[in-house]
Ligand binder design. Structure first.
Ligand code: OAD
Length: 252
């Protein structure tokens, strides 16, 4: 284990002994894969653009081409990115010890899935999938969109009724997918160890999962190089990065 100072050893022992672990991840999890976070000063996406213009239904309706282009660019970034050592450590652990780990992510990229956590719970949707903007005969039939290779320009429109295609992510003001949220809450209630990795804890209800797990009796540790809004919910703060801390914690 690459932990010369031995600071991670007690947490590693908890990982080894836990019956069930939940790892809740945010944008910092993918930062070392080259995908920008949202709220980091200077480099965070929300430092440079107005989230209400680019990540809300009203913003999309006001300027669909601009929003579509922004998501198309982010999609290209996600496809070009590779899982980092932190993603791989979690994927390897899940392969080695099936059923011991639930990954709950706020990230809309697919890096956990590509690293092997194929059943990661996605609270905020999937940037590589689209869905219909409005209810229409197609959505009633359960028809899904298949435009993941869309390019910048106007978003595709349904030939039957003119309904627009929109990115399959959760926007500000929208509810989380109920099945994902329920599964995440159940996992938080049932785990004996929760690691919270790379989130500012600014967005709810995801941010409430740490307190929920603690209340249910789990040990809660936060892995983040910076303070977060939910530090007070943790028993332990690990000031490090996802790719630096997770491999020694989850190594065989
Ligand atoms: P934020 O951008 O709010 O927070 C990212 C966190 O990651 C910060 O606390 C950083 O200190 C930390 N961080 C940066 N680099 C790191 C690294 N290498 N290892 C570990 N931590 C690192 O991102 P989220 O908390 O994920 O919503 O934001 C929550 C939601 O707000 C997102 O899911 C997104 C956004 O609006 C949707 O996409 C629906």
């Amino acid at each position: 284990m690459d932990d010369p100072a031995g600071t991670l050893q007690p947490l590693r022992q908890r990982v080894c002994a836990a019956r069930h672990i939940v790892v809740l991840t945010g944008a910092g999890m993918s930062a070392e894969s080259g995908i920008p976070t949202f709220r980091d000063a200077l480099t965070g996406m929300w430092a440079n653009v107005d989230p209400m213009q680019l990540a809300s239904e009203a913003g999309f309706r006001a300027n669909p081409a601009r929003v579509w282009a922004w998501y198309a660019e982010r999609r290209h970034g996600v496809r070009a990115a590779q899982p980092n050592a932190g993603h791989r450590a979690l994927g390897d652990f899940a392969r080695r010890l099936p059923g011991r780990l639930t990954v709950v992510t706020q990230n809309v990229d697919d890096l956990h899935q590509r690293a092997g956590n194929t059943d990661a719970i996605r609270l905020h949707g999937d940037i590589l999938q689209d869905r219909w903007l409005d209810s229409c005969p197609r959505t009633m039939r359960g028809s899904t969109c298949d435009t993941a290779f869309a390019e910048p320009g106007d978003p595709p429109i349904c030939a039957e009724c003119g309904n627009r295609v929109r990115p399959g992510v959760v926007w500000f003001g929208e509810a989380l997918p109920l099945d994902a949220l329920t599964a995440a809450e159940q996992a938080a209630d049932a785990c004996d160890l929760m690691l919270v990795v790379g989130t500012s804890g600014a967005v709810w209800p995801a941010a409430g999962l740490a307190a929920r797990a603690r209340h249910a009796g789990a040990h809660v540790a936060i892995v983040n190089p910076e303070p977060s809004d939910i530090d007070a919910d943790a028993h332990q703060l690990v000031r490090g990065t996802a790719a630096g801390v997770l491999p020694p914690l989850f190594a065989a």
